[in-house]
Design a protein around this ligand. Structure first.
Ligand SMILES: [Zn+2]
Length: 157
């Protein structure tokens, strides 16, 4: 498996709604010659236990306690820099909402927990005047006054 295939396979392990950010990040890094290989994305509980053990023995710099890693929640990747600079890769990641929470202890670990959906969610439709008047029949207190304000906005009085 070449680098492109492995990166695509690892991106496919992430949660569906953050994959767009991972692909945008990868494409922009590739096209600016800041190439990386995703070495790990999803990690099973068993593999997190193994990583935790290595961390406890001082063999690796960082590993979350099993059950708390975002790798286990399909929301983290580890990369290996092939060309360009890690700082450029980080700045491109930030444009997509991808964060790097442990810059000194685990510099190649990136998280997707703050990635927003790619397109804004459509706002709910504005209720019509008959709908508002109907709703007012059953509304009480704060709810009724907010409906009255909405009617005022629509009718101008
Ligand atoms: Zn990691």
């Amino acid at each position: 498996m070449n680098r492109e295939q492995q990166n695509e396979k690892k991106i496919g392990e992430l949660k569906n709604d953050v994959q767009w950010a991972a692909r945008g990040w990868r494409d922009e890094c590739d096209s600016t010659n800041n190439k990386f290989l995703i070495t790990e994305a999803y990690r099973s509980y068993e593999n997190q236990m193994i990583a935790w053990g290595k961390y406890q023995r001082g063999e690796i710099a960082a590993a979350a306690y099993p059950g708390t890693s975002l790798h286990q929640k399909w929301l983290a990747v580890d990369i290996y820099v092939i060309s360009g600079t890690l700082s450029k890769i980080v700045s491109i990641a930030e444009q997509y909402g991808i964060s790097r929470p442990l810059p000194t202890r685990d510099p190649c670990h990136f998280e997707f927990c703050h990635v927003q959906p790619p397109t804004p969610i459509n706002p709910p439709p504005t209720p019509t005047l008959p709908q508002l008047r109907n709703a007012l029949k059953w509304a009480k207190g704060i709810r009724a006054s907010s409906i009255l304000r909405a009617i005022k906005r629509l009718t101008g009085r």
